[in-house]
Ligand binder design. Structure first.
Ligand code: HPA
Length: 276
């Protein structure tokens, strides 16, 4: 744990030496969702391999670049490419970038991912605001000694996903004509996809969408006192009674279908006041 704290401090110093002000918000994008990065103004890009202690992203369609720039006057750290438990990282390791941003003073996390729809009324390309989650990844980024200056030992998760930001996203969606769903997200370890019976199980326990990411970052964000907006892009829909193979190419294609809508939504949220 001491080694982890040392790494965090080293990475924090790296950014403090290079940034004039801390990012106000972090945006984390998933598979096929790189579009938002094109809207960043005056950005500086840091390939992950040039940042001390950053994991390296090995997933398809995850570039591995951190862009820091401005959206509607707000300094934003945009992670293009994230890390997953299935790549072999512990959730503590894979959330190092977010912990560093929180310690720099970042107040808001917007996290998106490509997910499989479990609610059969969903279609590929739909956007789902996450109102709550179920964590089935057999690890927790807060496991081990707690660093009290980072957050409390037993963080409350009853309001992990900000109602204020969800309401704002719904209003923006309405005004821009972008249909918005709202549901429960379940994180699974992967990398094998779900069987039809696992899909049925996930639906029965109350989930509307499934993927292999996002929850570890959200736990760290909540622990650090950040406000969180989670958005799952429905890339494919999994019907346990008429199960089709889930192909990664289809997932990427399904996520791309929503890229433009997600980009417009996120930019407008910044314009209307992402920060309280
Ligand atoms: N299952 C798990 N992870 C996913 C899926 C899915 O159907 N689609 C995108 N990520």
């Amino acid at each position: 744990m001491d080694k982890y704290i040392e790494k965090i401090e080293e990475t924090r110093s790296f950014f403090e030496e290079r940034l004039s002000s801390p990012p106000e918000a972090v945006v984390m994008l998933g598979t096929g969702l790189g579009g938002v990065s094109k809207a960043l103004m005056g950005s500086t890009s840091f390939p992950y391999e040039e940042i001390p202690n950053f994991p390296v992203s090995t997933s398809p369609e995850h570039r591995g670049v951190l862009h820091i720039g401005e959206i509607h006057g707000h300094t934003v750290a945009l992670f293009e490419g994230r890390f997953h438990f299935y790549e072999g990282y512990s959730t503590r390791e894979l959330t190092l970038p977010l912990r560093v941003m929180a310690l720099l003073g970042t107040k808001v996390l917007i996290a998106s991912n490509a997910a499989g729809g479990l609610d059969l009324s969903y279609s590929p390309g739909d956007l789902m605001l996450i109102k709550d989650h179920i964590n089935l990844i057999p690890d927790n980024p807060l496991r081990g000694p707690n660093v009290d200056s980072w957050g409390e030992r037993f963080p409350d998760m009853s309001k992990a996903y900000s109602k204020r930001l969800r309401d704002l996203a719904k209003k923006v969606g309405k005004d821009l004509g972008i249909p918005i769903r709202e549901g429960v997200f379940v994180a699974v370890p992967g990398p094998s996809l779900e069987t039809p019976s696992e899909t049925r199980f996930l639906r029965i326990i109350g989930a509307d969408a499934v993927a292999m990411s996002l929850v570890p970052e959200v736990i760290v964000a909540v622990h650090a006192g950040m406000e969180v907006l989670g958005i799952s892009v429905i890339a494919n829909v999994n019907n346990p009674d008429a199960f089709e193979p889930i192909r990664i190419e289809d997932v990427i294609e399904g996520a791309r279908r929503a890229e433009e809508a997600l980009t417009r939504l996120v930019l407008e949220i910044f314009k209307r006041g992402i920060l309280e």
